[in-house]
Design a protein around this ligand. Structure first.
Ligand code: PLP
Length: 231
């Protein structure tokens, strides 16, 4: 399939998942994850109409960022070391991987120096799987409470990665759990504004994530492919 065909196909699958769950397709945003492909392919993805680009490491993203700065909205989706915050804040428009207070403080400091507020998702390890980064659900309220004091951060919602599953249906409780956690957090009124965004769903499980309320799906292989297959 060409890039354009894959895009159409993903749009159709998103629309169907929305129809099954009574949602408006306009409420689901797609981040095209370009970590597997070249800067040229990332550029074609943007030219084909995708506005949001996701990358998980700064050195690998740098060429794409320089090429597409101003034409795309950049999302940092990988785990972020505090010493890399200087590279990321000011270039990436969203951070999906906020998972500790020390990182929040670094982002805040850098954002404040630049006079910006960075929209951030708190990454939660809903499944409790050891290999996954993210906060244990029970410690999320305390971190959210601390974020209220960090003006450089705008907490927009929660992000999770589901464990790899042969059957996407197995991921449903993880996505439902993230949505429930956001509702509970909003019920605690720890922030001036409620969080509204759920970043969940990848190539193998995005339809289930949408049925469970995802407002951002992060799609790599299903959307932009892998360069070795495609070119
Ligand atoms: C790579 C990656 C994705 C996209 O993965 P696909 O399965 O290829 O869609 C999404 N989210 C994160 C955090 C990633 O690292």
């Amino acid at each position: 399939m060409t890039l354009e065909q894959r895009l159409k196909d993903v749009e159709r699958r998103i629309a169907q998942a929305c129809e099954r769950s009574g949602r408006n397709p306009g409420s689901v945003n797609v981040v095209a994850v370009t970590k597997y492909v070249s800067a040229g392919t990332a550029k074609r993805t943007v030219e084909a109409g995708m506005r949001h680009i996701g990358e998980n490491r700064w050195p690998a993203a740098e060429e794409k960022w320089r090429l597409l700065e101003g034409q795309a909205v950049f999302h940092y989706i990988g785990s972020l070391q505090s010493r890399k915050v200087r590279d990321v804040v000011g270039k990436f428009d969203y951070i999906h991987s906020l998972d500790r207070l020390s990182l929040a403080e670094e982002i805040h400091k850098r954002a404040e120096a630049l006079g910006i507020r960075v929209p951030c998702f708190l990454q939660v390890n809903v499944s409790g799987e050891d290999s996954k980064h993210g906060l244990a659900p029970e410690v999320v309220p305390a971190l959210v409470a601390s974020l209220g004091k960090l003006s450089g951060i705008r907490p927009v919602g929660l992000m999770t990665m589901a464990p790899l599953a042969d059957d996407a249906e197995e991921t449903r409780p993880v996505f439902a759990g993230l949505r429930k956690l956001m509702d509970e957090l909003n019920g605690l009124s720890l922030l001036d504004e409620p969080m509204t965004e759920l970043s969940m769903g990848m190539s193998g499980d995005f339809e289930v994530a949408i049925e469970e309320g995802a407002t951002w799906v992060r799609l790599g292989s299903v959307l932009v492919g892998h360069e070795e297959n495609d070119g």
